[in-house]
Design a protein around this ligand. Structure first.
Ligand SMILES: Nc1ncnc2c1ncn2[C@@H]1O[C@H](COP(=O)(O)OP(=O)(O)OP(=O)(O)O)[C@@H](O)[C@H]1O
Ligand SMILES: [Mg+2]
Length: 476
């Protein structure tokens, strides 16, 4: 649709003449006085107004003065009868006119002025739209930033690693020393001990914290995909490579790459990692171009890397490049005094998530948490508490019943009667273990009234495994 121009003049023949000049290119509205013209402005969008200065009732500049309040962006053009400079000045000031046309005008001049007037309006409109989009994008961005920041502050802040035990203090000391540097850090420790949490804390408290922290679980992807995830690929370099892709090393340039489960990598990938760590260089899959990057490398495994080196399953040179600054995260069992703190922390976390109010742990519940084994370490404790919060009713106190799984509840509670100190003095380790096994198996067997399947399950053995031991120790 053509842009709309409103023409206001008290003389019908002037209106007609302007209409003839402009109607081919515009949608024209004619008005004989300022008052009805204002009404039109209230009702429809107008790109430009062309109004005569000398009119009975409202003058041109008085009319514009009001028109601004209705459609401020419309381009205002004044028609003056003679070189009425004062009226023009007044209109510029009061009516904020952009152009003026002197009577008599050449049709081509009028056309040109109106073309500019309409263009100006369209530009303003377009700008406003862009600005609006930009504002929305900005709002989104800043809210995302806030989320990200909060995420960073909440999850990766040093203070969100819970634990005051000596074992954890030692970890913090190492972290504090290595955080301000660019040193490659290798984090070892069993599953669920908090290796990733520590890796994030190292990045988000260090000099690269404003840059990207890119984590890759090396065990999660088959070789080709892992290579392309880390180093990127050129379009067509393998079947699914339908476009160029940037790898994590490139994305995280200036920041940190966290190689999780690093032990699960092929020799070819280890070779590539060695190069990027040694030279800061790599080639995207299927590309002949070498890229340079500056990334800090953190890595973690829950396996014994040195042993893998000795078995020839992990490159020795890479091992030494990775293992510049080792941090070992202790088992939860070796920092039992952190359990109450951790339990409280997770209770709060999941209470908030569930929108429940829970009155802490009963004495027995805490004792229970301190008595059990945690093969899954902190993650396991976290899971137990998460489950308990789901089970518990609002305003309840968490009891053993909430913490135990059914299977654990049916397990016989057994306390072994061994006088370890005197046993140790007169025995060797294999002998001790053997005695312990005999005593323990016998007790569990008795408490299960000789039920083999149940005993095997309670002991964490297969039926065949249990039979073997019964036979070896001659237990009936
Ligand atoms: N000291 C701690 N304080 C608070 N939360 C912890 C702590 N240690 C671990 N967690 C929590 O326990 C869970 C497991 O931690 P994380 O993923 O860091 O372990 P991981 O050592 O990387 O385990 P895996 O070897 O299985 O990958 C996470 O939810 C983490 O937030
Ligand atoms: Mg992990």
């Amino acid at each position: 649709m053509n842009p709309t121009i409103l023409i206001v003049d008290d003389e019908q023949h002037v209106l007609n003449s302007i209409n003839r000049t402009l109607r081919r290119d515009y949608n024209i509205i004619l008005s004989l006085d300022g008052k009805s013209a204002l009404q039109i402005l209230r009702e429809q969008e107008v790109s430009a107004i062309l109004a005569d200065q000398r009119m009975p009732g409202l003058t041109g500049s008085e009319f514009f003065h009001e028109a601004i309040k209705i459609q401020p962006d419309t381009t205002r053009v004044l028609i003056t009868g003679y070189a009425d400079i004062e009226a023009v000045i007044q209109s510029v000031n009061d009516g904020k006119i952009f152009y003026y046309v002197e009577k008599p005008w050449e049709p081509e001049d009028l056309k040109l002025v109106m073309t500019r007037a309409v263009e100006r309006y369209q530009l303003i409109k377009h700008n406003k739209e862009l600005l609006h989009k930009l504002e929305i994008a900005n709002q989104q961005l800043s809210s995302e930033n806030i989320v990200l920041k909060r995420d960073v502050e909440q999850n990766y802040n040093f203070s969100n690693i819970i634990g005051e035990s000596k074992a954890m203090q030692d970890v913090y000391d190492l972290m504090r020393k290595v955080i301000p540097t660019d040193t490659t850090v290798y984090i070892s420790g069993e599953t669920g001990t908090g290796k990733e949490l520590i890796a994030r804390a190292i990045h988000f408290n260090g000099p690269r914290k404003e840059k990207i922290f890119a984590a890759q679980n090396c065990a999660a992807l088959p070789d080709t995909l892992l290579e392309s995830a880390l180093f990127g690929h050129k379009k067509g370099s393998f079947t699914d490579a339908t476009s160029d892709k940037r790898g994590l090393f490139e994305v995280a340039n200036g920041g940190t790459v966290f190689l999780d489960e690093l032990s699960d990598t092929s020799p070819a990938l280890q070779q590539r990692l060695l190069r990027v760590i040694q030279e800061g260089e790599f080639q995207p899959v299927g590309s002949n171009n070498t890229a340079n990057v500056d990334v800090r490398i953190l890595s973690a495994t829950n396996r014994d890397l040195l042993k893998l080196v000795q078995q020839g399953k992990f490159r020795e040179d890479l091992y030494y490049r990775i293992n510049v600054f080792p941090i070992h995260v202790p088992l939860l069992k070796d920092r039992m005094d952190d359990i109450p703190l951790l339990a409280d922390y997770f209770l709060n976390k999941y209470m908030l998530q569930a929108g429940k109010e829970i009155n802490g742990f009963s004495g027995d519940a805490l004792k229970y948490l301190l008595s059990i084994n945690y093969p899954g370490n902190v993650r396991e404790l976290e899971n137990i508490i998460q489950r308990a919060v789901i089970l518990a009713g609002n305003e309840q106190t968490l009891s053993i019943n909430h913490l135990q799984t059914e299977w654990e509840a049916s397990k016989p509670m057994i306390t072994l009667q061994t006088n370890l100190q005197s046993d140790i003095e007169k025995s060797t380790l294999p002998k001790l273990v053997e005695e312990f096994e005999i005593k323990y198996i016998t007790q569990v067997l008795e408490s299960n009234h000789g039920n083999i399947s149940k005993t095997a399950k309670d002991l964490g053995l297969s039926r065949a495994g249990l039979y073997k031991k019964l036979k070896r120790y001659k237990i009936n």
